[in-house]
Design a protein around this ligand. Sequence first.
Ligand SMILES: *Cc1c(COP(=O)(O)O)cnc(C)c1O
Length: 425
Amino acid sequence: MSAVDFQIGDNFAIAMDERDPLRDFRKRFFIPKTPAGNDCLYLCGHSLGLQPKAAADYLAQQLKDWAEFGVEGHFHAKLPWMPYHRLLTEQTAELVGANPEEVVVMNSLTVNLHLMMVSFYRPTKERHKIVIESGAFPSDQYAVKSQIRFHGFDPASSLIELTPRPGEAWLREQDIEEIIERSGDEIALIMLAGVNYATGQAFDMERITRAGHKAGCVVGFDLAHAAGNLPLKLHVWGPDFGVWCSYKYLNGGPGCVAGCFVHARHAQAFDLPRFAGWWGHDEGTRFEMPPNFQPMPGADGWQLSNPPIVSLAVLRASMDIFHEAGMQRLRAKSMLLTGYLEFLLNHTGSQDFSVITPATPESRGAQLSIRIARNGRALCKRLIANGIIGDWREPDIYRVAPVPLYNSFHDVSQFVRKFASAIRT
Ligand SMILES: *Cc1c(COP(=O)(O)O)cnc(C)c1O
């Protein structure tokens, strides 16, 4: 689909759905139902993606193999568990624009963020600061502050929090660059989101990485809201590391095993400090159980434990769908869906809310964040009670994301009609 003049009215939405080459993917997901048995308007894939119908089969195979083989399933399961996590490597690399050696699926997001900081946040007396967004997700804030304290520094003097200009909702790229230039030689690590969870702002990761490296800083991204939402080119953009969870846009299910990227330039950095576990040890000798840790090259060398197969199995169901749909096609549809949502919201002319997500499609993903002037929390609850699923972030943000894999243009037009009428009452 190419550039489109959006129009008001359901006919337009229906026509858009008819010519949407990805429309049939919706049938491959369970759409939550209202008590009356109708499909919910589910616009919450930024928080928890929907369940692929195939997930149950992927999972059942593992339970069956476990029942049949017990421990021998490591070698004799239909897809043996020993190398099972490898089944996700190619598709994960494709998803985030990395080489296969640069990615691994393991742990959960905040754990991976800590593991990455153990290796890549190496503060010195001169260079000890971490840059994050003042509006970063709380877990990221807690993680970076605890790392700063762990190294004997004080967040009051070692944390630089990027704040939007007064009266503005999101950060200007040029302000980020200026801070990096100004304080570059004190900054050890720049750790920003790919897409901010609250505002929906997508950062120019290539530009930030370039500015950071020019100033001698390590650069890492939290891609929780970017993976499966935006096409990424991590290898080319060149950040040192990236971490993401798999239960938001990636539909891996609640608490699903997460992802981690370590740039190829660190693949052989065996002398980097790191926390070690047996699953990161050289495969050739792992089961000889030698006393000394010899990390595997690449991202694999940061693994700690043997991975949760049942969680990986569910994630595979979704990653197979991503592979089929392709990130480029998903993004093309996503830009239309979100552009249409924005168009319809603007068209209501309501003064009761405003969209705070950047208006340029390049600076956002699927999500729009809507600032609600009054009683927003109650509004969000009321909408949920009526099967319209978005979510609420204090103090005044209502978040919705039409997800190109399973949302339709018709979902968007229905949502705006119901939202606009709910906010009036
Ligand atoms: C969702 C999200 C998290 C959640 O962390 P978990 O370790 O998966 O519980 C952390 N950071 C960001 C930016 C998120 O969006």
